[in-house]
Design a protein around this ligand. Structure first.
Ligand code: KE4
Length: 428
């Protein structure tokens, strides 16, 4: 690990914490994060030549595996025509049509360069459309790092949010209500306490950022019913679930039509790309048509569009094969580790929706953030380190989702279960 160590030493001189995104620093699991030099298919190689089975897939985008030939070729071809123009292109419409063809709620959309931009813009739009200020989010859901979304729950479910990060003014957090997930009564109470004041409800329809937490039966339907009755905008944050849990995302899986949807990750095939979209009457409030300003130098970037068209195009052309393979592999890999945990007498709860899942070190079911927080994070950290040493790279936090790709194989499933048997012995 000497090359990674040298790279880390330099990185720590250049970047706060040596990283360009905090979770990469392994703060939640300890140990020294390897520096990745290349990846192909289901595997990462670090600067010292060690190979890892990749179970976090760049936090979701790499659903076809790394360096998927059709995606690489599309990026290469687009790059030869320049990386960016700052002008409109056919490619933006080509990717948008792939989206609208499989996401009927997306009557109109706009591309941005990250999930954070997508959610930040969708909320501004919802506030303008409704003329209201308050935003409801849920504990354990992460929607990027815009100020108003870095908010923790206040004392009661209907009380105002408190800053979840330094630098977020109380005045900003005041307008965000952070409620418990999977709790319909809490949403009713918030609307009762803030009649006519709540602009939108933003939700991860399947939570990935507390670890994977599926919606309870009828929960998403309740959010749709309540927001419709209250005249509030329902925003599905499908940055992670989009094209992941189904080609049409969680809204296809659970049969819900949100007013706005945010996307990212898989949409750009690994390049910087996000989008927000939904009802045309809401989207048409955006400049230059309407009064809501939103903009981006690299929005609709030609290389991101090319990677997205190649990725989403492949998913559409091979939908049945892709999602049945992801379901098969994800079921087998989660069961394999669960069996190893049972054999080792280690309490483990598996939450999974399609090819996103989490092994919670908890004997209890995990249905909300409070449940996730009861997991044994020390045990998870020991498990993570032992799995990494055994060549399996899990997301470095109990509160993150793991992801499979179509490039993973039965051998990867077997090797992961074998590594888990050893790692679980180390974890207890
Ligand atoms: P980005 O700004 O990181 O592209 O997207 C923010 C975002 C929005 N919505 C959801 C549901 C998300 O999961 C994310 C970002 N996810 C994290 C992983 N949990 C990104 C990894 C990181 O922060 O480094």
């Amino acid at each position: 690990m000497e090359k990674s160590a040298a790279l880390r030493a330099r990185a720590e001189r250049l970047f706060p914490g040596g990283v360009n995104s905090p979770v990469r620093a392994f703060g939640a699991v300890g140990g020294e994060p390897p520096f990745v030099e290349r990846a192909a298919g289901a595997y990462l190689w670090d600067a010292d030549g060690n190979r890892y089975i990749d179970l976090f897939g760049s936090w979701g985008p790499m659903i076809l595996g790394h360096a998927f030939p059709r995606v690489v070729e599309a990026i290469r071809e687009a790059a030869g025509r320049s990386a960016s123009y700052g002008a409109s292109t056919a490619a933006e419409g080509d990717l948008a049509e792939l989206v609208t063809a499989t996401w009927p709620s997306m009557e109109k959309l706009r591309f941005v360069s990250s999930g954070t931009e997508a959610t930040m813009s969708a909320i501004r739009l919802a506030r303008a459309f409704t003329g209201r200020k308050y935003v409801v989010k849920f504990e354990g859901c992460y929607h990027g790092h815009a100020d108003g979304l870095l908010v923790k729950a206040g004392s009661g479910v209907a009380t105002f949010g408190i800053p979840g990060s330094a630098g977020v003014p109380e005045e900003t957090a005041h307008f965000t209500l952070a409620l418990p997930y999977n709790d319909e009564a809490a949403v009713e109470a918030a609307f009762a306490a803030h009649q006519g004041e709540i602009a939108c409800v933003i939700v991860e329809p399947v939570v990935g950022n507390a670890g994977c937490i599926p919606p309870g039966r009828g929960y998403l339907q309740a959010l749709r019913r309540i927001t419709k009755r209250q005249g509030a905008v329902l925003i599905f944050d499908e940055v992670m679930t989009g094209f992941r849990v189904a080609l049409g995302g969680a809204q296809e899986l659970y049969g819900i039509c949100p007013d706005l949807t945010t996307m990212g990750k898989i949409l750009g095939g690994g390049l910087p790309c996000g989008a927000f979209g939904g009802r045309a009457e809401i989207m048409d409030q955006l400049a230059p048509l309407g009064p809501v300003y939103q903009a981006g130098t690299l929005s609709g970037n030609p290389l991101a569009m090319a990677a997205g068209i190649a990725t989403v195009g492949y998913l559409r052309e091979h939908e049945a094969e892709v999602y049945s393979r992801l379901e098969y592999l994800s079921a087998r890999i989660t069961e394999g580790v669960a069996e190893a945990a049972a054999a080792a007498g280690v309490p483990l709860t598996v939450n999974r929706v399609g090819a996103m899942f989490t092994w919670f070190f908890s004997a209890e079911p995990v249905r909300d953030f409070a449940g996730a927080a009861r997991a044994d994070t020390r045990c998870f950290a020991a498990f993570h380190r032992a799995m990494l040493d055994a060549g399996v790279w899990l997301p470095p936090s109990q509160f993150e989702a793991a992801f499979m790709s179509t490039a993973h194989t039965d051998e990867d499933v077997r090797a992961t279960a074998e590594a888990a048997r050893g790692a679980l012995a180390a974890a207890v």
